[in-house]
Design a protein around this ligand. Sequence first.
Ligand SMILES: Nc1ncnc2c1ncn2[C@@H]1O[C@H](COP(=O)(O)OP(=O)(O)OP(=O)(O)O)[C@@H](O)[C@H]1O
Length: 444
Amino acid sequence: MRVLIVGCLGSRLEQAANIVISRGSQVDHVGTVSQAIDRACSEGNHHLVICEVECGIRSLVNGLASQRVHIPVLACGPASAALATGAISDGADDYLPLPPDTDLVASFLQDVAYESHKLISIDPGMSQLLCLVQKVAVSDASVLVCGESGTGKEILSRYIHKKSKRFKGPFVAFNCAALPETLIESELFGHEKGAFSGAATRRIGRFEAANGGTLLLDEISEMDVRMQAKLLRAIQEREIDRLGGNASIPLDVRIIATSNRDLKSEIKNGRFREDLYFRLNVVSLTVPPLRSRRLDIVPLAQHFSKKYCELNGLPSRIISDKANEILTNGIWKGNIRELENAVHRAVLLSRGDVINVEDFNAAGVSSSVNSERSIINTNPWVGNSVDDVEQALILDTLTYTDGNRTHAASILGISIRALRNKLRNYADKGANVPRPSLGLVTQQ
Ligand SMILES: Nc1ncnc2c1ncn2[C@@H]1O[C@H](COP(=O)(O)OP(=O)(O)OP(=O)(O)O)[C@@H](O)[C@H]1O
């Protein structure tokens, strides 16, 4: 989830921002309402705005409405009934007294997340999985969610949390592939002030932030083996030590881990600890790829169309029958993330209230139906395989970003991990893969 914070980053607003970050959301900060409106309009991917009351709630709410951007606004400021009532009558959805109460911030985020993490599915293949999820969600057992990249493993993990007895507790997501080894430990376990150079204040880690709730360890296979040992100890002993701390902190956390690698072969290759695998794999769920649950394509595409029309302040747009047919019967190389990106681009490119096949063409959707009904038939890439086109696009993008994997993944709309896997394959096939630029935190 992405949150835009508006106001002067004094200590109280900073505390609110830190709580939001510790709950697994991404934070952007701007100083004024007009910057907030610009940013929300130009980026179109914020799920919540938290705005200091003195910045002007009415002008923020009116400004967003005039650009037809619909994002919930949480006003914040001193604990005062008059200020809270004023902010709400100016159009804020709610009021957060500062200094912020962690549980209150968490519950606002949860309400917003509930809307933005709605799980859409009608395909019988998924229904079976969801029945199983209902049964296992109520227990406290660790769950391992497997499936290809972008199939919805994270959204399914959130669903498990929502259906569990812990649903009122926090859901904290941690991506094991996103940070260098040196930072993972302090991020997971937290640190005391002065634990290492740069540790200017005490910081609680993701485990503590998830206490009473669920911790999602996304892309667990990417975690270094030494770190896996520390993780295993924390899960087994149900307690952690902050870095530089001398008292153990008891934990009451349900663990859900995801992987798009085959962990059994990772174990064989010595890259994943077998004992950790058994700890995590009490219940194992596999999310099917989109190509084997085609009945989900149309409802998902409609859902994404609504979502991106709203986020970009556009009137709602329906997807034409022809485009739906092509999306449903096309050869999908990608998964739901790719469908979401395609619909997002088509929403932005379409004019009027219908999204047509041409809008998907212009958005670069290259799936084709059977023989003659190819979505793209005039593209210069015709004649190349999808794999070749994808490789060329990825390597060109990486050259453009000067080797920066994070930036390239963001432009391409894929996860860093998916990008790294592809680069590894290209390098294995002998392709010339641009090296990471200096100071990068990701590795190939
Ligand atoms: N059933 C669904 N309903 C609505 N949105 C979905 C669904 N499944 C996935 N999505 C959306 O698709 C995108 C990718 O989903 P998600 O991040 O859960 O996939 P993932 O398998 O965890 O990906 P990765 O392996 O790359 O981490 C997200 O934006 C998510 O909200």
